[in-house]
Design a protein around this ligand. Structure first.
Ligand code: MN
Length: 211
């Protein structure tokens, strides 16, 4: 991936006022890659699904969050690639800054690429991304199993659909978005994360803590 893979990320943000990381593009590549899902109470609540691909976190905003039911397709809007350091970012992006609101690490873990061609060979993640068909096996604290992300031809933007693939982890009755609301990293609720930020910093500097 190009050196300026984080150009859009940095351009959109004023990192002098936001506690989000500046970050760097990582070289490390292994079979087990990092994934994170961040719950983000911005203007509209959504879940940011991020997959490590070529040293950055390729990202989608999923308004309703992931489902364990293979019959439910969730809209996933591709957003800017984030630095790897972002995976453990939990806190409050101050009012007036891009993406203002509380961010929680809702789930985190490793993933494997499982998308193969007709001969059974793995298709590299960057190619899957380009083709608009991603299949991954997640090993998170809340989510497990195979998920697909498929680019749609609908809409003008970079719209994808996220869907649980059929496997032993599929479960139409479980809905972790509603039942497992604590951080996978710190076990804090969204309210606790916001409150902690208010305590840590003078109120004037973090107006976000007022909500
Ligand atoms: Mn977001």
């Amino acid at each position: 991936m190009a050196k300026d893979a984080l150009k859009v990320y940095r351009k959109r943000r004023n990192l002098k006022i936001s506690p989000e990381p500046y970050g760097t593009v990582k070289k490390r590549q292994s079979k087990k890659l990092l994934f994170v899902i961040q719950k983000h109470a911005a203007r509209a609540l959504h879940y940011d699904v991020r997959l490590e691909i070529d040293g950055v976190l390729v990202s989608w905003a999923v308004p309703k969050g992931p489902s364990l039911n293979p019959q439910i397709k969730r809209l996933a809007i591709r957003t800017d690639d984030h630095p790897m350091e972002y995976a453990k970012f939990e806190g409050v992006i101050p009012k007036g800054a891009y993406g203002a609101g509380t961010v929680m690490v809702w789930d985190i873990g490793k993933y494997r690429n499982i998308k193969t061609d007709d001969d059974g060979n793995l298709i590299p993640m960057h190619e899957c991304l380009k083709k608009g068909t991603i299949e991954v096996f997640l090993e998170g604290k809340k989510l497990e199993g195979a998920y697909a992300l498929v680019k749609t031809k609908l809409g003008g933007g970079d719209q994808w659909l996220m869907v649980k693939m059929r496997d032993e982890y599929a479960n139409a009755r479980r809905n972790p978005v509603n039942t497992q609301k604590e951080s996978a990293l710190t076990e804090r609720t969204m309210a606790k994360i916001s409150a902690d930020e208010c305590e840590r910093k003078p109120r004037k500097k973090v107006p976000a803590c007022q909500y």
